[in-house]
Write a protein that binds this ligand. Sequence first.
Ligand code: GLN
Length: 449
Amino acid sequence: MMTLKEALGLSAEERKGLKEALKEKIEAKKELNAYIALDEAGEGVPLLIKDNIQVKGWNVTAASNILQGYVAPYDATVIEKVKAAGLAPFGRANMDEFAMGSSTETSFYGKTLNPHDPQRVPGGSSGGSAAAVGAGVAIAALGSDTGGSIRQPAAFCGIVGMKPTYGRVSRWGLGAYSSSLDQIGPMTQNVEDAAILYDIISGHDHRDSTSADVDYTPVAPNLNPGRKLTIAVVDNYVKDASPEVQKAYDKAIEALKSEGHTIVHKEMMGAKYDIAAYYIIATAEASANLSRYDGIRYGNRAKDVKDLKELYIKTRSEGFGEEVKRRILLGSFVLSSGYYDAYYLKAQKVRHLIKDEFEAVFEEADLILSPVAPTPAFKFGEMADPLQMYLSDVYTVGVNLAGLPAISLPIDKTDDGLPVGLQLIGRHFDEQTVFDGAMSLEKAVGYSK
Ligand code: GLN
């Protein structure tokens, strides 16, 4: 598949043929179930869109039964921006329902397959976006990342996925999961494409009150893989990862050294606090955000009800899947009086400590090298216990809690041919360094799909 950079260099005439060629490829790999539908919005370079981003006129559903029949009345800010840059939204990407999950198994439309092994998950929640780019049936895609949903599927499918600093990309028109954590970001074939797409979607937006009004210099024209950086490795993080991930980690460290970067060793408090704080905050915000799906304002409405209360209950019982219900219950619990201080308030304090800890590392280092997931892509059904699946987010959620930018890129392949990705985490609003470091690492490891 041609890269985004190449596609943007085509004439209008050449771009027309691109969509037709792409449609044939998608049809040939239909069994992946990466695309929910082949909706189109305008002419340009086709860009796959996760099913939780508003595209005017599309039946945007967050892969949920409850949003069947809802038609988006407006374009998200990122969609306005990609259209203005000569891209054309093309296709809705499969995902976990309301972006809740790490495997794309909770989608109303059924599971998406990993392009490297059909027995395995593509990751989640942006699994459709990652599988399509990884399989060569999308040039590039947009995903969203609340606790790893861009980076982890990117790692499982052998592509690049980037989560911008919180506030860098407008959330206006993104279906809200956990508003203080959600960010939209690029999912692409290589680091340079990620930088190009990141530049297109970034910038202040007055319609999103959490959008950051800070100076913005485009990163793609300034990419410099030759910069010598100081990169922290977190030894106590990595020892809990699988041997394949540890091997990729060692390979990346050697590659970074060979490029002339300085490696410093750090310890971080880690993992278990990140997961606990994340699953309290994310579910608390989700329980509030999802209250709007009441059968009155959007999408599906239950039939044969005797009063308003029954309408709400039946609509929500029928409309939401099991995982979404579990999270609404969890979130309502941690916010309820009597438990608020013990759970929600405590989690907010822990969040602050996590942020402080990252900042302490960044006093000495420009970037942190970290695993993305404890293992390569797991098998369908292997994570049947929800808690076990939550624990697999251990390496990604801290970045969202701290609001930092991070990029996941493919480093290695297992003996079975499964991709292994790692992430580079940067300082707030220092995406330039994240991309520079990633480009240098990409070049040094020489990964090819
Ligand atoms: N797997 C995490 C969760 O289920 C992250 C999801 C996401 O980033 N949207 O919450």
